[in-house]
Structure formats: structure tokens, C-alpha cells
Ligand binder design. Structure first.
Ligand code: ZN
Ligand code: ZN
Length: 260
């Protein structure tokens, strides 16, 4: 299963949906969920790129071409869906979306890399505070790449936050997610960079399990067909090591467990 994938319906991908589906089938992926970037905030880069009619038309075309070999779900990855909630609701409510991920890519419309530049190590704290706001308020199914901040601190400061220092903030985020029926994902894109880590890693996944978390999806966050399904098998192993016995798929935003 690959539950986080971008195509040319996202501003930062040129990948053709049909090519992605072919690649998924070649790699043994049985179910793929497209999760295109979307925002209603004109101050962030993901604003204004998504054409829903053409997105759903491409999804339908891929379902008719590949549906016998590949289950294809229509999802979306929202930037800061705890802000401008009424606008998000108005834009999305009538759409036949299977899956909605929530991401913190910006803090008050400022990109994480710029937040790190301005605040250094304190960006970690600001990021986890923002994530708590998102998980407390947004209408989402899963938190995307829960500790995304480490990708940028690793790249820009050559450091990654100390889990124990932020354990309390992270536990608060996870408990709120569990209380609201929101899941988390294992995002394997960090394994394709020099960071070589999933987002999140073992410590957060184990803590989520310990706190009673169940809903877990796995996604490559690929932006091109070559990366479809990348490192998914490793993520399955990691989920097992952390005590999970199921991962989840979504249909029209309803989660279903699949035994690992
Ligand atoms: Zn993202
Ligand atoms: Zn993504």
C-alpha cells in the first residue's frame, strides 16, 4: 500500500498519474492513494494549483485502466487545515475524497525552512505547538509526516531534535489525535534523503502504540513514478517492531484495518 503520493495535480510534481499507477503495479503495490497538495491560504505555495474536476477525471480514468490490478483512492494533503477552517470546509465538503491528510508545512504562512532560519533550534518547539493546534482543531484523517521539522533541521542545521526533550509535547499531540480519531502515517520520504530516517521514527511510533494509537497508514510521499512504493516494505517491518498488527486504508474517509 502506498498512502501518500503526489502527481502533476500538485504544484511540485510533474508525474503523470497513469505512469505512477503503472509503476505501482510493477512494484507490487496493490493500493495507492493520491494525496495532492492543497491550501486555501493564498500566502502559501500550495495555494491555487489544484483543479478538482481534472483531478477526479484522472482518478476515474486510472480506475478504468488499472482498476483490476490496483485499488486507486482519491486523497488530499492539506497545509495547515486548522487555519481558515470554514474555507477548507466549503472547498472540500462536496468532494468524493477518500482520505484527508493534515500537514504543518508553514507556521503562520512562513515556510519551515524560514522559521528555522529565524529561530534556530526553537523552531522545533514552534513546530510541535503548531502541530498540536492542527490536531486539536482540523477535520483530517491522518497527520502527515509527524516530525517533518527534522528534515529541515537536518538539512539546514545538521541536527535533529532530541526525542526526550520533546516527548511531553509529542505525547500531547498523539493523545489528542487518538481522542479525535485521527491517525498518523509512516512517511518513508526521509529514507530517500541523506537523513535516512522515516517520519516519524521508532520512538514516536512506539509512544503512539503505548498511548493506544491504532490508525496508521504508510506512504512514500513520492513526487515521481520512480519513487512509487519506495521503502514501503521497510516501513511495514518498522510498524511490526513497534507492536502494530494492522495498517489502515480509507474509503470516503472511513478507516479499515488490514492485518500486517
Ligand atoms: Zn507534506
Ligand atoms: Zn506530501
Amino acid at each position: 500500500m502506498d498512502y501518500h503520493h503526489h502527481s502533476n495535480h500538485s504544484y511540485d510534481s510533474k508525474a503523470d498519474m497513469k505512469e505512477i499507477c503503472k509503476s505501482a503495479i510493477e512494484k507490487g503495490v496493490r493500493e495507492i492513494c493520491f494525496t495532492e497538495h492543497y491550501s486555501v491560504n493564498p500566502r502559501v505555495p500550495t495555494y491555487g494549483h489544484m483543479e478538482f474536476d481534472s483531478y477526479f477525471k484522472d482518478i476515474e480514468q486510472c480506475r478504468s485502466l488499472f482498476g483490476s490490478e490496483l485499488t486507486i483512492k482519491a486523497g488530499i494533503e492539506l497545509c495547515e487545515p486548522h487555519e481558515r477552517k470554514a474555507e477548507f470546509k466549503a472547498a472540500l465538503d462536496s468532494l468524493p475524497l477518500d482520505f484527508i491528510m493534515g500537514s504543518v508545512h508553514n507556521i503562520q504562512s512562513t515556510k519551515l525552512s524560514a522559521v528555522i532560519k529565524a529561530h534556530g533550534e526553537r523552531a522545533n518547539e514552534l513546530y510541535f505547538q503548531e502541530l498540536y493546534k492542527m490536531v486539536s482543531e482540523a477535520d483530517i484523517d491522518v497527520i502527515a509526516h509527524l516530525d517533518l521539522i527534522k528534515r529541515y533541521t537536518h538539512r539546514d542545521l545538521n541536527e535533529i531534535y532530541d526525542f526526550n526533550k520533546y516527548k511531553e509535547s509529542i505525547a500531547k499531540i498523539l493523545s489528542k489525535a487518538i481522542e479525535r480519531g485521527i491517525g498518523i502515517e509512516i512517511n518513508t520520504s526521509g529514507l530517500r534523503t541523506s537523513m535516512r530516517k522515516t517520519m516519524p521514527g521508532k520512538e514516536i511510533l512506539s509512544l503512539y502504540k503505548e498511548l493506544g494509537g491504532k490508525i496508521l497508514t504508510i506512504g512514500s510521499d513520492s513526487h515521481k513514478a520512480d519513487d512509487t512504493g519506495s521503502h514501503i516494505a521497510e516501513a511495514y517491518e518498522l510498524a511490526k517492531q513497534c507492536g502494530f498488527t494492522e495498517i489502515y486504508t480509507f474509503t470516503r474517509r472511513q478507516p479499515s484495518p488490514i492485518p500486517l
